[in-house]
Write a protein that binds this ligand. Structure first.
Ligand code: ATP
Ligand code: MG
Length: 416
């Protein structure tokens, strides 16, 4: 048997009910906030990600699936969605139609060490907004995330963390201060952090290593070194969130793995998935459009949610599984079977979901299957029912049953 590639997995039919529940909520809620769906290719020029995500990021340095196509061009499977959205924004001249708001849902690829909630092919739903510069936009995007989490029943178990990463005005001076503070503790940093101390010192702040964590805690934090504009942006954001009654935690140690963030950065985290604590992450990236070749700077903000992690949370909390409405068992002669099929069709035509016991079996065996299916109703059709053009409808929750015509059964189920 050929096995799937390490870090990839089949999303099985029993799981896809939950996935579709998530995806439908994404589409419904994002549309409410006036985002349209943008579908970009799964692969792009490697250079796009190197430039947008940043040469010194884990994603570009270690995680990207890069290959040469038959023409010798270096291509990469997309490791994230923002780079392609910015490319498309520029290619299609959307700078002239601001604001531009787009969302996406789809697979991403990163060569990581696979574990629960961390895969090599995984799926993100994300959204990006170009144009608005002020904290109002940041608050709207966070409100959208929270509304989505509420719709899927997960808001209560998750924490929204926010931080500011400063801007080209204030970050360079802070960066130097941070490097100086970290250099003093260099021998105590993990190997990875010693390596990135000069190239990407901010990442040291969210290293998972215990000794690095302690050092990061005492190190200078961006929040205490913001310029006036960044400071008032952050204050404005907090005040809008307070107005909306959205709960958040300021986490001065939260930095993002991607180089392009400016000012607001945020994460939605959980305690329920072990080391894989982030279910959504994003931030403002006011410099990226010019970085990617835009003539004029266009402020922007966006985020992505990990659908595997959200699906795991739904599963843990038993949310989103969608059982059939009816388990239908026809037992007896061919006339009973055939009347059963006709009844199943009539229920489906009325909009109900029906699992019919097509493999037959005794009444007892079929009732066992009905119980397992989680269906609210069972419908039993024996020879006598078939002769009278009737069905025995049983409410599996209330444990009541009736013998009815198909129309009466539909009416009873629809009115319940
Ligand atoms: P992490 O710190 O967990 O590696 P990240 O900072 O690399 O996350 P982002 O690039 O911000 O993650 O992606 C946004 C979201 O996508 C994450 O919060 C997470 O829910 C999800 N995600 C990222 N990488 C993976 C992966 N390899 N497998 C499953 N989900 C992932
Ligand atoms: Mg990562």
């Amino acid at each position: 048997m050929i096995q799937p590639i390490r870090g990839t997995r089949d999303i099985l039919p029993i799981e896809t009910a939950r996935w579709q529940f998530l995806e439908q909520a994404v589409r419904r809620v994002f549309h409410q906030y006036d985002y349209g769906e943008l579908r970009t290719p799964i692969f792009e020029k490697t250079e796009l990600f190197a430039r947008a995500v940043g040469e010194t990021t884990d994603i570009v340095e270690k995680e990207m699936y890069v290959f040469a196509d038959r023409g010798g061009e270096s291509l990469a499977l997309r490791p994230e969605g923002t780079a392609s959205v910015v490319r498309s924004f520029l290619n299609n001249g959307f700078e002239r139609q601001l604001p531009f708001k787009a969302y996406y849902i789809g697979p991403m690829f990163r060569y990581e060490r696979p574990q629960k909630g961390r895969y090599r092919q995984f799926h993100q739903a994300g959204a990006e907004m170009f144009g608005p510069e002020g904290p109002l936009a940041d608050a709207e995007i966070l409100a959208m995330i929270v509304r989505f989490l509420e719709e899927v029943g997960l808001a209560g178990t998750l924490t929204l963390e926010i931080n500011s990463l400063g801007c080209p005005e204030c970050r360079p001076a802070y960066r130097e201060k941070l490097i100086a503070a970290l250099e003093a503790k260099e021998p105590e940093l993990c190997g990875n952090c010693q390596n990135r101390l000069h190239r990407n010192p901010l990442r040291v702040l969210d290293c998972k290593n215990e000794s690095c964590k302690e050092i990061a805690h005492d190190a200078p934090h961006m929040l205490d070194h913001l310029c006036e504009t960044c400071d008032s942006h952050f204050t404005g954001l907090k005040s809008h969130l307070d107005t909306l009654g959205l709960k958040y935690v300021v986490n001065p140690m939260m930095v993002r793995g991607l180089d392009y963030y400016t000012r607001t950065a945020f994460e939605v985290t959980t305690d329920a998935l072990g080391a894989q604590s982030a279910v959504a992450a994003g931030g403002r990236y006011d410099g990226l459009v010019t970085e990617m070749g835009g003539k004029n700077p266009v402020p922007a903000i966006g985020f992505a949610m990990g659908l595997e992690r959200l699906a795991l949370l739904l599963e843990q909390q038993e949310i989103g599984a969608a059982p059939v409405d009816i388990y239908l068992a026809a037992v007896g002669d061919e006339a009973a079977q055939s009347f059963g099929l006709k009844a199943a069709e009539a229920f489906r035509a009325a909009g109900l979901r029906v699992a019919m016991g097509l493999q037959g079996g005794s009444m007892k065996a079929q009732m066992k299957k009905a119980g397992k299916s989680g269906a609210r109703y069972s419908v039993v059709i024996g020879e006598e029912e078939a002769q009278n053009a009737q069905v025995t409808l049983k409410d599996m929750e209330q444990r009541e049953q009736w013998t009815l015509s198909i129309e009466e059964a539909v009416a009873r189920m629809k009115s319940a």
